[in-house]
Each structure stands twice: as C-alpha cells, then as structure tokens.
Design a protein. Structure first.
Length: 289
C-alpha cells in the first residue's frame, strides 16, 4: 500500500514539472525576424584611392545601405570587407565589382580600373602580350627575317601564328622594347601550340640592339631556343612546361642583364615546313626573386 502511495506521488510530481516547463516556454516571447527594404544598385557605391605605390589601390564600400561587402577584383581574386587594399602588378584594364548583401537582398556596383604601370619586380613588362585587340597588336613590330614571301604572320582570336609554304624555310618574328634593371632576374614565358612542324625552330631573344628588317638576329642573349627538328607532333601549353632538355630546349627561360636600359624582346620562328604554323599568346616577361 505504501509503495502505491509513493508511486502516485512521484507520478504527480513529474506531471507537475512537465506542466510547469510547458507553461514557462509557452509564455516566452518569440523573436520575429523581418526583411529589410530591397537594396538598389544605385545605393551601392565604390571609392578608389591610391595606395602605397603605383600598383596598390584602396577600395572602400561607400554605399548608403548597410550590408556585407564582397569584391570581385577583376583579376580572378575575391575578397570581403568594407575597405580592402588590392595589388595589380600587370598593365591591364580590370572590372571591379562590389556585391552588397543586406537584410533585404543583394545589389551590385562596378568600376573599371586602368592599371597603366607594371610592377618592376612582379609585373608583366610585356605590353599587349594577350593580342586581344588592335591596341595589343600595335605594341609589336613585325620583323621579316628573309626575303621569302612565302612566310606569313597572322593575328586572330588572341593568337599569333607564324606559318610558311612547304620547303621554303621561311621565318618571321615580332618584337617590342622593354626596360630592364641590371642584375634583376627575369622569366620569359608564353602559351604555345602547334599541330606539328618539320625541321623548324622557335627562339626568344633579348636583343641588346634593335632588330633590323631582313637580318636574322644572332645576338648574345638567347633566352630560350626550341629546336623542333623532325616531324614533331602536336604540342600545347606553357613553353616552359611542354619542352624539356630531352625535347630540344637549349636554355632556361630565366635571363639577367649586366646593365640597365632598353632591350628588345624578340620571338621568332621558321621551318622547312611549318604545316599550319606555330602559334603563341600570353607573352610574359616578369621579374623573379
């Protein structure tokens, strides 16, 4: 009998506790979240000011609405924050996009940044190396190396293609001036492709004198030479990666200069039969540590 009474009391206590907890939570005030007004693109604004040098810039979110700022820097990098410092080592035009995420939605704004100075140590000192438009192509001078009218050079879809008629040994080059600093190491590279060449060559020179029309440059500073003799098959990729010493590359793509001043970066190619040509783009000449 005693056990039945205790059991009844315990059951009553537990029931009372459950009721108390239920009443406590049912009386607690709920937090209600509401959406804010939908932002407009006109409310999102950007301020750009100069940084520590010609290649650093400060971007500020000066929008009239509050939110979380996300930046697309136009060079493949993404960052966040109301104020960011960015580094543009290469001469180019960049579209900077600010995306502001608010309680009411998302809005964007963009500006165009024209980087006119390359960083002397990290920047690409080549101008127009992507051959993307007439302005890029105008940075280069075409050099006819021999009087063979069967050699051709064309600019199309961001690529330069050097070609010739079979068994003519035609060759041609392009070049441009670059300012270098004595003792600084530079790496030269480019994107390269060919469907196959018979008895040909591809050379990059750092000419200490300006190349002359109808004269093959044979100066002392040969940055790299790829001997593509024999019936070479299709190849594509960065020049520094797709060729190795066993495949005919004769020097590294690293070069230094004893004195500061102007050199002329020359890219030349030719063959007995270029079979549709050798093409290149994304030419780079960068300082390295």
């Amino acid at each position: 009998m005693k056990n039945k009474i205790l059991k009844s009391i315990n059951t009553g206590v537990i029931t009372l506790l459950i009721l108390s907890v239920t009443l406590l939570y049912s009386c607690k005030k709920e937090t209600v979240y509401t959406l804010g007004p939908v932002p407009t693109d006109s409310q999102v604004t950007i301020e750009k000011t100069a940084g520590a040098d010609a290649n650093h810039w400060i971007l500020k979110n000066t929008s009239t609405v509050t939110g979380i700022a996300y930046w697309d820097l136009g060079n493949g990098a993404m960052v966040s924050g109301n104020e960011v410092t960015v580094f543009y080592p290469d001469v180019d035009s960049y579209t900077i996009v600010l995306t502001l995420v608010t309680s009411g939605g998302v809005a964007t704004s963009s500006i165009t940044h024209a980087q006119t100075v390359a960083d002397p140590k990290a920047g690409n000192l080549v101008k127009g190396g992507k051959f993307a438009n007439a302005g890029d192509i105008a940075q280069w001078t075409i050099q006819r190396i021999n009087d063979n009218v069967n050699s051709t050079i064309t600019f199309a879809n961001g690529w330069v293609t050097i070609d010739n008629n079979p068994e003519t040994w035609g060759q041609v080059a392009v070049y441009q001036p670059i300012q270098v600093v004595a003792g600084q190491k530079y790496k030269v590279d480019l994107k390269f492709k060919t469907d196959g060449v018979n008895n040909g060559w591809f050379k990059i020179y750092a000419c200490t004198t300006q190349p002359t029309q109808m004269v093959e440059y044979t100066g002392a500073i040969l940055v790299t030479e790829v001997a593509i003799w024999g019936n070479v098959g299709a190849k594509s990729g960065l020049l520094s990666n797709i060729f190795n010493p066993d495949a005919g590359i004769k020097s590294s793509c690293i070069v230094t200069f004893p004195t500061s001043g102007t050199i002329w970066l020359e890219i030349q190619s030719g063959a007995e039969d270029m079979k549709g040509g050798v093409s290149f783009t994304n030419v780079e000449f960068r300082g390295v540590q």
